[in-house]
Design a binder for this molecule. Sequence first.
Ligand code: FMN
Ligand code: CDP
Length: 147
Amino acid sequence: MTVTVNGTVTSGFGRGKEFVSLEGYSRQFRDELGYEPYPGTLNLELPRSVAERLERLEPIRIDGWQDGDRSFGIVYCYPASVVDADESVRLHAIVPKRTDHDTSTLELISPVNLRERFDLSDDATLTIRVESAPSDTDTMDSGSLSN
Ligand SMILES: Cc1cc2nc3c(=O)[nH]c(=O)nc-3n(C[C@H](O)[C@H](O)[C@H](O)COP(=O)(O)O)c2cc1C
Ligand SMILES: Nc1ccn([C@@H]2O[C@H](COP(=O)(O)OP(=O)(O)O)[C@@H](O)[C@H]2O)c(=O)n1
């Protein structure tokens, strides 16, 4: 099952890059997604909440963690792709459990700067297809093949 989302590119509060770069998250992104994200999140403003539609998909779960007396929340990640793109880039839609945004904003992470790659300014429209995480069985299959 896939969920297709059509949204408008917006600027946020400039805080995405801080969170994405924190070692407690970036280590898990490397392990679970296989890449170190470009520092920041591209914000997509949606006509209505997609939270309920995304809940039907299987997420990759990034655990919450603690640094002294600061605690950081769980982040759900979903593999995604840009519809009608000439080239494919690795991309995940993310849903931080704690966020300053309401549910009509979807944040995207990728190893590349998406604004540069797809020539996106504020108010550009972008359509992405969001999927479930590959199942554990798939991972085990590919692991056993390489043995
Ligand atoms: C990987 C990641 C983890 C986050 N974890 C937290 C958190 O633990 N607590 C919190 O208040 N906000 C958290 N946020 C959300 C930020 O407060 C904020 O909503 C958002 O990233 C700001 O994005 P912007 O600068 O693009 O507007 C997290 C964001 C990201 C990208
Ligand atoms: N993979 C990414 C991540 C962020 N970005 C952009 O990089 C800048 C820094 O990200 P940010 O999350 O700190 O900033 P805002 O989204 O709050 O404006 C913003 O302009 C994002 O839209 C991008 O183009 N591609």
